[in-house]
Design a protein around this ligand. Structure first.
Ligand code: ATP
Ligand code: MG
Length: 406
């Protein structure tokens, strides 16, 4: 990437990424930005979807027009449609006056529909219409209005799955992903960590008015080995927390380790309930006014609790995953054995049970074993595997049934 463009992205748009994975995403961003194409940005939480959407607008010809960001997941379903398309006076209870929607406000500019996967089906139909024709009607009116708005959408959900489950329209999906930017999780581009670190550390040091002397090399090794489930946001939060709480200009691995283990500093009570974090953080600031009256300290308390909550969620998810993997294995085993039995049965011509004189389980088992041994040229290990029994069981059964191995 040209140095000049890199500087613009970094200094003006706060966007960093020199790894191949990030470069691929940035290339698409730079190509698509000056066009009017709809852009769909996907990626895990904290991977930079908002940063990229802002960059698309800032690098476009619409940059002087409004950029309206709407979090579809944060607005109640019943309100989303009127928020997006506006409403007439009396359109619904509480609609005391006519109101312009975000699409009208964003006219000539860009609208960013964050968490698009949360959009209800009914609203999706209206969105598709405005995307195809630029036309929409306010709630409670049949008058058609026209707007010129570029749409950027983002989600951390797998929209293909939502389509399969009937929660998302396929036609809208294809319309939205004129251009698709897929942001990689941080664990897949750890080579960007040093530059990201430097960027965030300098920023927070400037804010706090302290000097920044850099970071020990082993801190980078430590950071590069992390999984970063919260991605770049998590990295940024940890750097800001370390510098703010430790007030250090040079960051060593000793200091860093404390935070990597997510051990809370002594003045932040680890046992507090995340749900009540804001209340508790305020209480806590009252009782420690001299030491921690600074609002940013309170915010950091909240950030810590978010990280803790995130960690708990990840542990829960891991446990669920482990559980479902073992369940899947059981199912797979079952299918495997059923399928195997079916194949062997077919080869033995046992499909049609009427044709078999002796239907006793013993007889069937004996025939299955004989067939499996024949198939593997008497190799008992392979035969046992295919039959889904241990070699020892197979030996026993060969002897019980007096199966002739020749
Ligand atoms: N490429 C990047 N360069 C610098 N900072 C970044 C980059 N990507 C993300 N960040 C920073 O990480 C934080 C999270 O980014 P952002 O809000 O864009 O993530 P997101 O993908 O929208 O997450 P979510 O799905 O949780 O909304 C922000 O503070 C942002 O500034
Ligand atoms: Mg976001």
């Amino acid at each position: 990437m040209q140095k000049e463009l890199r500087e613009i992205l970094k200094e003006r748009l706060g966007l960093i990424g020199n790894s191949i994975a990030m470069q691929d995403a940035i290339d698409i961003l730079v190509q698509a930005a000056p066009t009017d194409l709809t852009v769909l940005i996907t990626g895990e939480t904290g991977t930079g979807k908002e940063v990229f959407s802002n960059a698309v607008h800032q690098l476009s010809l619409r940059k002087k027009a409004p950029f309206v960001s709407v979090n579809c997941g944060a607005i109640p379903e019943t309100l989303l449609e009127s928020e997006l398309f506006g409403h007439e006076k009396g359109a619904f209870t509480g609609a005391h006056e006519q109101r312009k929607g975000f699409f009208e406000v964003a006219n000539k500019g860009t609208i960013f529909l964050d968490e698009i996967g949360e959009m209800p089906m009914g609203t999706q139909v209206k969105l598709l219409r405005v995307l195809e024709s630029g036309e929409f009607s306010r709630l409670g009116s049949s008058t058609v209005h026209k707007v010129d708005v570029r749409v950027i959408a983002a989600t951390n959900r797998a929209l293909e799955e939502e389509i399969r489950d009937g929660n998302f329209r396929q036609d809208l999906y294809f319309r939205l992903k004129n251009v698709h930017i897929s942001l990689p999780p941080l664990r897949l581009h750890p080579e960007d960590i040093p530059e990201l670190f430097d960027f965030f550390a300098r920023r927070v040091c400037t804010k706090l008015g302290i000097r920044y002397d850099g970071v020990a090399l082993d801190v980078m090794d430590l950071f590069k080995q992390q999984a970063w489930p919260g991605n770049i946001r998590e990295l940024k939060n940890i750097i800001e927390t370390i510098i703010t709480l430790e007030k250090v200009s040079f960051i060593t691995s000793d200091v860093t380790r404390k935070y990597m283990k997510q051990a809370l500093p002594p003045h932040i009570d680890k046992r507090v309930d995340f749900e009540n974090s804001i209340v508790i953080a305020n209480d806590f600031s009252n009782s420690n006014q001299n030491q921690f009256a600074d609002k940013s300290q309170i915010e950091l308390g909240i950030i810590f609790r978010s990280l803790l909550a995130l960690q708990n969620e990840v542990s829960d998810m891991k446990a669920m995953l482990r559980h479902s993997i073992s369940a899947t294995d059981e199912i797979k085993d079952h299918i495997y054995h059923t399928a195997e039995a079916h194949i062997v049965a077919k080869q033995l011509d046992l499909d049609s049970l009427e044709q078999v004189e002796d239907l006793s389980l013993e007889n069937m088992e004996r025939r299955f074993i004989a067939e499996a041994l024949r198939r593997f040229d008497g190799n008992r290990r392979l035969a046992a595997k295919q039959l889904g029994v241990s070699e020892r069981t197979l030996y026993r059964k060969i002897s019980d049934y007096k199966i002739d191995l020749n």
